[in-house]
Design a protein around this ligand. Sequence first.
Ligand code: MF3
Ligand code: CO
Length: 248
Amino acid sequence: MITIKSDAEIARMRESGRITKEVLDLIGREIRAGFTTKDLDKLAYEYITSCGAYPSFLGYSGYPSSICASIDDVVVHGIPSEDIVIKEGQIVSIDVGVEFDGWQGDAARTFMIGEVSPEKKKLVKVTEECFFKAIENLRDGTPLGDIGYAVQSHAEANGFSVVRALVGHGIGREMHEDPTVPNYGKKGTGIRLKKGMAIAIEPMINAGVYQVDFMSDGWAVRTRDRKPSAHYENTVVITDNGVEVLTL
Ligand code: MF3
Ligand code: CO
């Protein structure tokens, strides 16, 4: 069931979105070679709880941490660990969810550590651009398929591929609500988005093949060819004449 948020509810989502963004800004300032992904997880937990909010991922289906930290060929859902030391040349995707006052925010960024290869640099840039292409013409009445079409055409035009096995989602009181929001698709297809719908748009773009493998820890997802992958996500709400991005 797709829920429509009132203006008052959107105002509350704005607050969880703001905290979500602030966590990513904080991690963006602090992340560096030599830190472990567990260090970043602690930073996120401390910040979120200091805001009187809760890290939504913690305990979600048994997930053990406040963030996902996914390095290079890990697409998403990398579990932070004190054994995973961040190194120069890596790209690190950080995904975080925040529940504040009963409402969810969900966003992700991919950070480059020091000098990274030209391929990784382009991958990170194109993945961000995919999100902005997706929201360019998004408004009340836009068919959902236009999002996937925009992401897929931009990724593939740049020689990259779109992960199919994982998708974006509606968001509100729950982190995952209807509808699912694929990063691939055909223009003009699917349900029409309506004012007051909130969705998490999250391109997951691979440098090589689109196929992924699910790791035996039950969470981490890797590219099948072990080439790098990037992730960029924001929570957005549909308005009359466009979208409002709640996590930027
Ligand atoms: N942020 C992810 C998503 O967009 C959810 C992470 S799964 C969790 O769907 F278990 F880590 F929460
Ligand atoms: Co999400």
